[in-house]
Write a protein that binds this ligand. Sequence first.
Ligand code: PHE
Length: 453
Amino acid sequence: TNPKTVEINGQKYATDSWFNVSSTVLSLVSRKLHLQTDHPVAITRKIIESVFPGPTYKYYNEFDPVVSTYENFDSLGFPPDHPGRARTDTYYINKDTLLRTHTSAHEAELFRASASGGYLLSADVYRRDEVDRSHYPVFHQMEGARVWDRTKVPNGDLAAAVLADLDQLPKHNMKVEDPNPPFHPERNPLQADHHTPAEAAAVAAHLKRSLELMVNEIFTRAKKAAAATTSTTTSTNPTSDPTDDEPLRVRWVEAYFPFTSPSWELEVFYQGDWLEVLGCGVSQQALHANAGRPAQMGWAFGIGLERIAMLLFRVPDIRLFWSRDERFLAQFRGLEEGGLEGLRLFVPFSKYPACYKDVSFWLGGGGAGGAGAEGGVEWHENDLMEVVRDAAGDCVEDVSLVDEFTHPKTGRRSMCYRINYRSLEKTLTNTETNEMHDRVVKGLVGRLGVEIR
Ligand code: PHE
């Protein structure tokens, strides 16, 4: 039974049968970690903002998370059957209103506002997802964009204007691999109806340099934080940290997004691994046209702030960002006042014991239920993840499928999930863990109609 209306940031919304936002998630809407002084998510935002200075770039940090389905998906060219639209993946308030799944939901509005110039928008975003140490239903993204207007550049020569702006950007000494041709006829085409190859190449070059400078700033700071930490703590093996002066290695990988073409992901080589850090591309012309700016062209990127903060400070578990525990928060206090010069790695407080509990069940309620479908409800793992989050909140570190089979005669599907109960803040008692697990089991039966084995 859903509430008829919900209130989000002081605004009331009518729900309908699409409503699927849990009260846990609703309670996080007001937290705005990207705006909390000395919070690592806010610090990460500030570091990135420092690479995109005003007045060219404007900063927006207060956009409300409630947007229309149209803004989040349709306006960006997501096809009607795109999996991201599913209720198993997205939090809907009603069929036409949802909690944004990405900051790109505001592109149209900001392209309209940014005749020429750029912007950075940081905000909380919402996705139904698995439970593990790097996923949380609320996280923060930063979207950045830079646009030029053909009618406002000297001689209408947009490529020349963009290259002149590129020339103003600082240089760097990173090792950049960019092995793919700039345009791929099908996967990553030039928007030939709207751009010349020279224009697209110029915008791509400006995009790439800008984002390389950004990751250089982040990872230079990460290395410094690591060096500062090992020199002030008694480390048994200080040389294993990347305190060296090796230039950073990055590579551009071809990617796909419905609202950019060509598109790329930027990967960084850090601590022995290639890490994907952001998605970006040359904006689809339809977005500019729909924003009432048909003469505009430009680039956009999106980056996950927790993911970067986890690398920067080596925060081992995404739940920590939501913690109000002083052992977490105190480690970052005063950093903003000190101009972020005192960055150190996060020093984990002791890890409390884990408690694994399994739950096995048949899909579909009693009787000769089919393979998973009961009353038209299709099985989706994210629904189980929601039940677990509602029942046990931040006391669950990880949920994983450990066994699955289909009965050869009845065709019924059986699954076994393993839930790792572990608080970041204390040792859980047996009673506490058992109570949480009971709530999980009840939720699975009551909400998903499974039959416990
Ligand atoms: N919105 C995309 C995501 O969430 C990232 C992106 C932003 C890609 C802007 C291209 C341009 O994955």
